[in-house]
Write a protein that binds this ligand. Sequence first.
Ligand SMILES: [Fe+2]
Length: 246
Amino acid sequence: MISLSGAKPSQLIQKIQQHESAPQTLSALYSPDEIEQLKQWAVASYENSDHTQQKLLKKNGKPLGNMAHPQGEVKEAIEKLLRAKLKDKLEEPYGLAFTFHRNYFPYGTHTDSGYDPDEYIYKQGIIPLEVDPDGAEVYTVIFQQKAYHSVSYPGKVETIASLKPEELEHIHGLDNNNDLSDEELSRYFQGPSDRERFKGFEIALPFRWQKGNMALWDRAHLHCSSDFSNHSINGKMGLMWISWRI
Ligand SMILES: [Fe+2]
């Protein structure tokens, strides 16, 4: 089931679409010193238990990962660094929010396009800070398909098959002729057995988690983490940010 709550009116969607651009990887945007600084700010944020939040997996109650919301001076310093890096990429004025995410399981296909039907959503991004094991190949896979409010697209084929037309019409660009290739399914997911899970989708950008790089994309894009278990990934930690136009 796809929640329809928070769906935006078509007039606002048209305004949002005027500021869309192709997802991109910004390479070597952060120096090794800046990455170290961000990691220290992550440690400081996680240490303050008032500002951390654990998410549990629905199926077995195991921790999916945990988030930390920076506060005070750390928050101000991160915002300053982010805005400096985004100077030529985003148009002022915009609002910005960010959270550290540590994950032990891959995130399913979803959007972070908000629950407020009036939010003028803009860009979002990820700054990878840690991959376990270090240097392993792990991705955030960003699809061409979009939804203009926060949705979770089912991972189970039976649930996908039960989606109603009024739910599917909120997923822009789904096309039954689209199939991920065997190579894409093996590189990013569990292999050809995942074909039906991604039926209708097309990859816009496979963003590899490498230190110094940042992914930048429109908030409406559906995206998910690449597979962990078949690719010997234990976890990853990064800074996620979202923006909105004001
Ligand atoms: Fe996300």
